[in-house]
Design a protein around this ligand. Structure first.
Ligand code: HEM
Length: 373
């Protein structure tokens, strides 16, 4: 496939049709020097512009530089195509403390997420000052990109946590088939998609006047690492599984309907007089009609991080969602899910991240953070 355009009004990697693989990383900034941080962001942007087009991260490349100097690319993507690589950057709430004089520019929408019932968040794999979402069709290409940004950032940023995802759990374009999550259900059916221009404008892109100007054209990303207790799930009956989501497992249709993209009918009653889609079904609790019309652009990935030492796979969903304002979108939806979703018996949120992703890069003179610094 052709390389994804790096420049544009919005950052690539948000409405870009979700690639198959993810390497997401969150960094702590360790330099105290604002100019050094800005220099690094400029170097990152130049390297990203190259890598997303299938080139080495530096101009000399893995093997073209001086033999006595460390190469300006690490080499493991030599010979590989761009593989649809996108790199998307966001700034966490902690970057806006007093270190870099950014406090006055902190958007109100970047307020720390509240604690939700059932949260068992591990701080060492949550938060962070700067995130990079690398998505590609080849995991080697995604890892190579993250690794080279970390290499360029040596001494200025330090990796706080990172997450690999091996399969997309969402489609972000009507041209894509809906993939499945590790519970075996189609995931992404009712997602906001690249073709939904009005929904993107209303629910995904930050508009001028929403908050500080530097975020206009950007978006807020929420990440949640959600561990699944798949062994328990696998002993749950098919009928129960379908009731929990409110969709059938085979085609992904809302219960009571036939086709995947049919609209759910939440008023329909079965022969027993009970709603066909339970009042506490996942798709009802998360539905826009339950949240003043709020919609998310979901872009999550499956993960299996080995086993947990207790005879179970350490598996689940690395949830990623983009939105115009988490206070009106992710927070109320997650509050409802945390209180009522029957899925909670089978899942546990173990990490959380919130980042303000600035607008897209205009041209080679632009850099991540130009509108902020
Ligand atoms: C819909 C799975 C967590 C928000 C769905 C669907 C599935 C699913 C199978 C139906 C198909 C679709 O429309 O995509 C899961 C699993 C989760 C999880 C397995 C956890 C492991 C979350 C979280 C949120 C969320 C944390 C947000 C706070 C939504 C929304 C919809 C949805 C907004 C679309 C509802 C609609 O408009 O019909 N999810 N989900 N989900 N989910 Fe989740």
């Amino acid at each position: 496939s052709d390389p994804v355009r790096f420049y544009g009004e919005h950052q690539a990697g948000i409405v870009t049709p979700a690639q198959d693989r993810l390497h997401f990383i969150s960094f702590d900034v360790i330099t105290k020097d604002r100019a050094e941080l800005v220099d690094m962001l400029q170097e990152w942007t130049a390297a990203a512009a190259r890598m997303t087009q299938g080139k080495d991260s530096g101009t000399f490349g893995a093997v073209g530089g001086h033999p006595e100097a460390p190469p300006d690319d690490t080499g493991e993507a030599l010979g590989l195509p761009a593989s649809g690589l996108t790199l998307t950057v966001g700034f966490g709430p902690s970057l806006f403390d007093d270190r870099f004089g950014l406090a006055a520019k902190k958007p109100a929408a970047l307020a720390d997420l509240p604690h939700f019932p059932g949260d068992t968040l591990r701080p060492e794999i949550s938060g962070g000052d700067i995130c990079v979402q690398a998505c590609a069709h080849d995991p080697q290409v995604a890892v190579h990109a993250v690794r080279n940004l970390a290499r360029i950032g040596f001494g200025k940023v330090s990796a706080r946590w990172s997450q690999l995802g091996f399969g997309r759990t969402s489609s972000t374009s009507r041209a894509q088939a809906t993939p499945r999550n590790l519970m075996g259900f189609k995931d992404g059916t009712a997602n906001v998609k690249l073709e939904d221009a009005a929904m993107l404008r209303d629910h995904v892109w930050v508009a001028p006047g929403d908050g500080p100007d530097w975020m206009a054209g950007g978006s807020y990303v929420v990440t949640r690492k959600i561990r699944m207790n798949i062994e328990t799930w696998d002993r749950t009956s098919l009928a129960e599984q379908e009731l929990i989501f409110g969709r059938d497992k085979g085609v992904g249709a809302p219960l009571g309907k036939k086709a995947e993209f049919d609209e759910p009918d939440f008023a329909a009653k079965g022969p027993d007089g009970e709603p066909v889609i339970a009042v506490e079904a996942h798709i009802k609790l998360a539905h826009p009609t339950t949240h003043n019309g709020a919609r998310l652009l979901r872009r999550g990935y499956n993960f299996v991080d080995g086993s947990d030492g207790l005879g179970r796979l350490d598996a689940g969903l690395f949830f990623i969602a983009y939105q115009r304002d988490p206070r009106t979108h992710f927070v109320p939806i997650q509050r409802e899910l945390a209180r009522k979703d029957q899925l909670n018996e089978y899942i546990k949120h173990v990490s959380s991240g919130l980042f303000a992703c600035p607008p897209g890069l205009r041209d080679a003179g632009d850099y991540w953070g130009r509108t902020l610094f």
